[in-house]
Ligand binder design. Sequence first.
Ligand code: K7E
Ligand code: CUA
Length: 645
Amino acid sequence: MSKSDKEGVSRRDVLGTGLTAATVAGTAGLVTGGAAVFVAQPETARAEGEDNGHNKAFVPPGKLDEYYGFWSGGHSGEVRIYGLPSMRELMRIPVFNRCSASGWGISNESLQVLTEGLTPEGKAFLAATNQKTYVNGDLHHPRPSYTDGAYDGRFLFVNDKANSRLGRIRLDVMKCDKIIQVPNAHSIHGLRLQRYPRTGYVFCNGENRVPVPNVGKLLDDYKKWSSVFSAVDGDTMEVAWQVIVSGNLDNNDADYQGKYVASTCYNAEEGITVADMTASDKDHIVVFSLAAIEKAIKDGKFETINGVKVLDGRKTSKLGITVYVPVANSPHGCNAAPDGRHLIINGKLSPTVTIFDWTRFDDVFSGKIKGEEAIVGNLEVGLGPLHTTFDGKGHGYTSLFLDSQIVKWNIEEAIRAYKGEKVNPIKQKIDVHYQIGHVNATHGETKEADGKWMVALCKFSKDRFLNVGPMKPENDQLIDISGDKMVLIHDGPTYSEPHDATIVHKSKLNPLEVWKRDDPFFKFSTDWAKKDGVKLEEDNKVIRDGDKVRVYMTAAAPAFGLTQFKVKKGDEVTVFVTNTDDVVDLAHGFTIVDYGVAIELAPQATASVTFIAAKPGVHYYYCQWFCHALHMEMSGQMLVEDAGV
Ligand code: K7E
Ligand code: CUA
């Protein structure tokens, strides 16, 4: 054993056990529940400082990556675009957060996206608390849209656990174009898309149980609270229907046939303390039949709550739209395999993965067989299984939070073992650093899983990077899965906190190099320009309309179309700036000093910002993207007159 191996093991031992004990203690414990048990043969990767073929992931200067990685920014509220295999961060897409660089949350265009889809209650809350928009978000699950089980490059959908929202990013411009707050549901967590025939529905898990509607009644009657499952139309971003369920919805996934969606649920006990929630040794998954739901909607079996058609899909419901299948306590990840047939439920507190056969749900719904008879495998994989990804060659790769490992196992062999055959489905275990959450392989969530790369999104980095103080980064690790063995290739620190990532081959995407002038993203500005008879691409004009002032200007390196404009103290000023350069990467910006104003202007973009000219004096505005040798000179002055002076 090499020195580095020894170091690796001892550091893991010291750091791992305390957490494991603390995390398991106080829960109902580990429930194996009749799983096929095999002696795992962990193979500790040489994780410490050796070259395991890192060259394979090295993308030389000037060369491009092969994959786009869409990374959840967790409670930063943003999405990040990575290049794989280099793991270079290519871009950030602000969504639920505010962004100082791009003016997301400052520009009118972004504020429109951030506010127009909020619920009336959400709008009233913001108004009552003097806020234009929520400033935080908690983005866990970035999901690219599908056509027939493969990525189609149209959209990326994202959840906000913090403020119950769903966002949509246009993949042609890599900008968020729609955000809605989902009525009735409380905290959108699990998020998956209809795979077939296309997306289609976006399935949003309302995680927490609350009174429905949640208006201040039933506060002390928590047995009457409910979780709400929502299907949103991905094209219109309107809620198509909702289903009230029993238990707390966690993660979900859809099949490859367009028939069923399944969700893991914890807290089948419907308690509100940890002890209540884990009292029973069983929780469940809930399976939704899309055909049955659509029929029940058509037959008028819904109740309209806050403008949404809501069906009762609780255990006691007679509608036949859901089935509940018991699984070991507190399952987490829910992953449809690319074979189109199997669904993997990850045990979390149970050291097992449970394999369901989607095709058996027809008989479960018709009452021919029991829900448990849709189970075709139950494999003990290790401690704390959270999520599973796939290589398209018949393997599952399951993240083990407590063991800080990924286990590679064979799906067919696990099914055979469940039938009693003597096979060992466990192929390899590899150490990851540390406390892994999601695990994602290239195209692993599609029928085109290609088994090349995998990322381990680890919640802790502990000793893997230079000490940056008590707050440490997370660690996103790149693993080569193209051979028989998983090989750890790269450590990548990230901050707060990638829950999940999806990896899309570059052939699937073809983003624009410059904006098209008729893009609907500029609608706020083009509508005003039309009203004012202004040509955004040419005109530099100040239009006064009572105490409202609209300032139109162009930006072309190295000058703004207006180098000065004058307003009065107290005016409501809207500045529209259009970048008329159409050179690739020639971005400008517009920042006003001491006014808290900054907006991004990518080539051929228009953006606008509205503010009260509350502060008299001379205020420079400048371009904040270094665009030209005379970039420093790309500025002007807003003169704010104070009548009283
Ligand atoms: Cu996808 Cu973190 Cu929201 Cu598991 S969840 S880790
Ligand atoms: Cu334009 Cu700097």
